[in-house]
Design a protein around this ligand. Structure first.
Ligand SMILES: [Fe+2]
Length: 337
């Protein structure tokens, strides 16, 4: 390939996203076109609107093609396809776990982004909420697959936006809370839904407040910021979320020592799911970069939280540490140094 061809190939590459061929299920009216990469060129395999049959699938397998390519301008169609088929894809044990994990990650981020990126009109928020609700159902079923803990905790540790944080907290919260015998499956699902939406009230805050460094806030600005849990609950009123999910949204900034907000509840009045959520929320917040500071390492974050022992539920913090060790994110021995 000469220089000119290499430049053209590089440009074409920027116009496609690679997708595992194992994630494509037969369809009648294709939601997006599928391309193959042959000798540096992208070649149309099936057309948007056309069929993708078992024969197409078999042919790719015969040719040992693992990756196919979807045009970037059709990415929304690809994400909608993933969400629509997510439960079947995640349950398909013939697809290797890392491939299913990646599909889960892409569908989750698309769905979380769609509710967090802007303040939505009521009707649209309700529709997107229904997608998110379904996503959380599919997610919690997938999280129990062997190997999912290590896979998904690593995937969600990337990113710095509000929806990255929401998804990261939901995942940590699931794995911390599932070990508590007193929490049943349905409560776990509701707690995860609440965790994903815990900061949804921030979409209702004035942009000027969010754009300023918290250390420079006036008292009035800080007071406005502290309304985001209550604004969050107001946004989800009338949607199918039970009390546990609503508590997660309303009380996620409460602290065991009573120094949190909005109610200043103390340990015995804070529901268990909220105790776990406030631990996971703080850990995830510290380990993500913000416009105001770089990310802390997992060790730094846990040590910082350890120094504020009275603020956090000790048992949930202990379970978080055990879980991070199991997920191969930390080595507990290094924590003691
Ligand atoms: Fe918050």
């Amino acid at each position: 390939m000469d220089l000119k061809e290499r430049i053209a190939a590089k440009e074409a590459e920027g116009q496609f996203i690679p997708v595992s061929s194992l994630l494509l299920r037969p369809w009648a009216n294709g939601p997006f076109s599928v391309f193959l990469r042959q000798e540096g060129h992208f070649v149309l395999y099936t057309t948007k609107g056309g069929a993708y049959s078992d024969e197409h699938r078999q042919k790719l397998s015969d040719m040992d093609v693992d990756l196919v390519y979807v045009p970037k301008d059709q990415i929304k169609n690809y994400e909608a396809y993933l969400l629509e088929n997510l439960d079947a894809l995640l349950a398909d044990e013939t697809v290797p776990l890392p491939v299913r994990g990646q599909a889960w990650y892409e569908a989750s981020m698309a769905s979380a982004r769609s509710v967090f990126e802007e303040k939505l009109p009521r009707k649209l928020f309700r529709t997107r909420f229904n997608h998110v609700r379904r996503l959380v159902r599919d997610s919690v079923a997938f999280f129990d697959s062997p190997g999912a803990l290590t896979n998904v905790t690593k995937l969600v540790s990337r990113g710095y936006k509000g929806y990255h944080h929401a998804m990261g907290v939901m995942v940590l919260h699931y794995f911390v809370l599932r070990g508590y015998e007193e929490v049943n499956k349905e409560e776990l699902f509701q707690a995860c839904l609440g965790a994903l939406l815990h900061d949804i009230g921030k979409t209702d805050l004035p942009e000027e407040v969010l754009a300023r460094r918290p250390e420079n806030w006036s008292q009035a600005e800080e007071d406005i910021y502290k309304t985001h849990p209550a604004r969050g609950v107001a946004l989800v009123i009338g949607l199918p979320l039970d009390a546990m999910a609503q508590h997660c949204i309303l009380f996620h900034h409460e602290r065991e020592d009573g120094r949190g907000y909005p109610a200043g509840l103390t340990d015995e009045h804070i529901p268990l799911a909220v105790k776990s959520l406030s631990v996971c929320n703080e850990y995830d917040r510290l380990t993500r970069p913000s416009p105001w500071r770089p990310a802390h390492t997992p060790y730094e974050a846990l040590q910082k939280m350890g120094r504020r022992k009275r603020a956090f539920h000790a048992e949930s913090l202990r379970r978080l540490i055990l879980m991070l060790a199991k997920a191969e994110i930390i080595e507990p021995d290094r924590l003691k140094e």
